[in-house]
Design a protein around this ligand. Structure first.
Ligand code: 1GP
Length: 241
């Protein structure tokens, strides 16, 4: 069953713009969740991503259970670590950090995750994860001990994304990092999109409706926003259905 991935493909084929709201279990308090989800449900959000760089052992599972009670939208894990994989979600972005050369994040963590995945009903979506320099260091960089690709090395980003597709990955995620100073450059999104036949996810540092629209116009199939909603959930009001 590939229901969630097939739905993403279907939306891409109809030019439907997709917005994933990223909820970090380390930052979201359960007391706030109900209000947050009410606003989210009235917005153009199509997916909920759950994950973070540093998360306590059980908090992802507890959070996902609560989210599932408050929405019909698909909940997709975007895990910073194996401990964040829970069967309560619908799908898992099985991320390989292909911009870096740390074997743990290219294949090592994945091997550790196998027994957990096999026991679950999660839809697994192999995803090439590419970190792009944004003007300041990010927690992904710190945790994974890898360097992002320079914003000016566009050819390297395109070829990395293409290599991911040729390896069989089903999504490419261009990541500027949570709270990025500068989002992924629109020209870079555009050139990567032209090269690929799989969907492109873009996230990091997108804080306004204008930036969101610019990312879509450049070719992003799914845009991920976390920090802007964490800081001010009235941003959902700008993005009503
Ligand atoms: C981070 O791409 C996501 O992994 C979202 O970034 O928190 O900056 O929106 P922001």
């Amino acid at each position: 069953m590939k229901a969630i991935y097939n739905n993403i493909l279907h939306n891409v084929s109809r030019d439907k713009r997709q917005l994933a709201v990223l909820i970090d279990p380390d930052k979201m308090k359960l007391e706030q969740l109900k209000m947050f989800m009410q606003k989210l449900n009235k917005s153009i959000t199509t997916h909920i991503f759950v994950g973070g760089s540093i998360v306590d052992d059980d908090s992802t599972e507890i959070l996902v259970k609560h989210i599932k009670q408050l929405t019909q939208l698909p909940v997709v894990l975007f895990p910073g670590d194996v401990t964040q994989i829970t069967d309560e979600a619908d799908a898992l972005l099985f991320l390989s950090l292909i911009s870096g050369d740390n074997p743990d994040y290219l294949i090592g963590k994945h091997i550790q995750a196998v027994s957990k995945i096999k026991r679950s009903n999660l839809e697994v979506i192999p995803t090439g994860y590419i970190l792009i320099e944004n003007g300041k260091p990010t927690s992904v960089e710190r945790v994974t001990q890898t360097r992002p690709i320079s914003r000016t090395h566009v050819r390297q980003v395109i070829d990395t994304a293409k290599a991911g597709e040729l390896l069989g990955m089903q999504l490419i995620y261009l990541e500027a990092g949570s709270g990025a100073l500068h989002p992924v450059p629109t020209e870079m999104i555009n050139l990567v999109k032209q090269e690929l036949s799989i969907p492109v996810i873009v996230g990091g540092g997108i804080r306004s409706k204008v930036q969101l629209q610019q990312a879509y116009a450049a070719g992003a199939d799914v845009v991920v926003i976390g920090t802007a909603f964490e800081e001010n959930d009235s941003f959902f009001d700008d993005l009503k259905r």
